[in-house]
Design a protein around this ligand. Sequence first.
Ligand code: PMP
Length: 446
Amino acid sequence: MNHERSRELYDRALSVMPGGVNSSVRAAPRPYPFFVERGDGAHVVDADGNRYLDYAMGYGPLLLGHDMPESVQSAVQSYASAGPMYGAPTEVEVDLAEFVARHVPSVEMIRFVNSGTEATVSAVRLARGYTGNDKVVVMQGGYHGAQETTLVEGEPGHVHPSTNGIPESFAEHTVPVPFNDHEAITEVFEEHGDEIACVLTEPILGNNGIVLPVEGYHEHLRDLCDDHDALLVFDEVITGFRVGGLGCAQSRFGVTPDVTTFGKIVGGGFPVGAIGGKTEILEHFTPAGDVFQSGTFSGHPVTMAAGLATLEFCAEEDVYDHVNALGDRLREGLTEVVADRAPEYTVVGTDSMFKVVFTRADSGPQSECCAAGCTQDAACERFGECPKNGADVGNAETDRWERLFWPAMKEEGVFLTPNQFESQFVSYAHTEADIDRTIEAYERCL
Ligand code: PMP
């Protein structure tokens, strides 16, 4: 493959943008990222005309693939041509809010914002404002965007910001615990129960391999929060409108959080975030309440129209059946390939999420993990030991993935997320033939 034009563009970009990109992870492919010219169904075409079968799918928003259905296109075009935004409310915001409230168990009210980060920042402020407490419990290996409260590392009692630029004192209020560890979080509540504003967790860790909850874990979080008047906040920025269909992962797991954050799919491919939850809690946001929250672009009509038309399409068509069946086919095929070529690796995922993690956990039998959520995932059930927390995934052979595997898959014309941690996604535009081709490419590259 020729990558001359991408190389030139990256060279120009390095002079005018830090690291040559507008989001850190995009610079990860070595020696330089390919620059995309356009999307086409399940493919992207780069600036040199190379075509890739795409499993990054914009890091999650593009459930339907790169071609917007007719209904989404016409909604986007009509709202864009009516003047893109006004700084005054519009009907389409109400329509999308009603749609989400109808389908997602925890949502009675919702506030739309512009990114997943903005959603989790606002959710944390809401939880602190509502409870009057400061401490936020998060999962090691979880990710909630580029926000001060959650960019931490360490163990309870020894927590530090995970990046320069955040005062040490901010991390004092954040308590990271290992995912799926009943005892660790019980101890945190025993010690700090009356200081905790919320437990903030992804229902499935989606930025750290893909880690499913063990049986009873979310129920345990629910009970702890109820017993201590803390809020349970599910960050469904990735899982929302993907895992468990329109009811999201909370409907799959049967645990209803107090507050849910959304992003990605709910904006139909345009910048979005949202905070949903019980009326009694959401009405603490200004102007109804006294927790300040505001944004020039929030509830942007083009985004709202794209999100609504996308979710309506999902409600009317066989979107979830299609992507989940392809997900199963892919995980099953990869499980056979991995058993044969790299038995020390693990195939993880559920619904339309998948990844081959270059490690294997030994922290418990597979049956425990499969009891919650991935029971229908034949590939996973057969496979043995999935990672149970961030530390398990942290043992992955990241160099082998980044230096050898990812570039080889790219040369096969398959675009994967460029590190060991970010989930990959099957879209409505993928076909069985695409999946079979992908399994063959994995086989050759492994
Ligand atoms: N929460 C989760 C679970 C995410 O995966 C992400 C981004 N991938 C975010 C929050 C932040 O979203 P954004 O990048 O839109 O700010």
